[in-house]
Design a protein around this ligand. Sequence first.
Ligand SMILES: Nc1c(NC[C@H](O)[C@H](O)[C@H](O)CO)[nH]c(=O)[nH]c1=O
Ligand SMILES: CC(=O)[C@@H](O)COP(=O)(O)O
Length: 155
Amino acid sequence: MTIYEGKLVSKDIRIGIVAARFNEFITSKLLGGALDGLKRHEVNENNIDIAWVPGAFEIPLIASKMAKSGKYDAVICLGAVIRGSTTHYDYVCSEVSKGIAHVSLNSDIPVMFGVLTTENIEQAIERAGTKAGNKGFDCAVGAIEMVNLIRDMQD
Ligand SMILES: Nc1c(NC[C@H](O)[C@H](O)[C@H](O)CO)[nH]c(=O)[nH]c1=O
Ligand SMILES: CC(=O)[C@@H](O)COP(=O)(O)O
């Protein structure tokens, strides 16, 4: 029996982060959590690049460019889509999730989904570093695990 696993060690891991500026009050906290998670697992900050996009809808395009560049071992996507008074929320959430999943499945590297999709601001605050944790930190740790899992499978 072979059990593959991704240890939480940095091993010169290179990370690209795409962050949406829309709801920056929230997304800046997600970014802070992601950077905290990477640094606490000894990812060299010189191996971390950040790209800001206008909103979550623009994340997949830049995530795709990062994934195809060959410069990164993983890409982390961060955003906060908060329901408003129209159906716009549904379309943004749908296309962002489908877009990031498409990039992930068509890349040889992990593309982490760190986009909050919440009914209200309170739910977003809870998931950006308060009582429900920080989705950015979770994605950072997950990215490290996935990179090392893939390397473990290749050895
Ligand atoms: N309402 C939210 C948006 N909307 C903007 C779109 O993401 C996009 O930037 C615009 O439609 C132009 O293409 N974006 C978020 O990230 N969060 C929202 O709550
Ligand atoms: C998620 C959104 O696009 C949303 O914030 C837009 O708000 P509204 O539906 O009130 O236009």
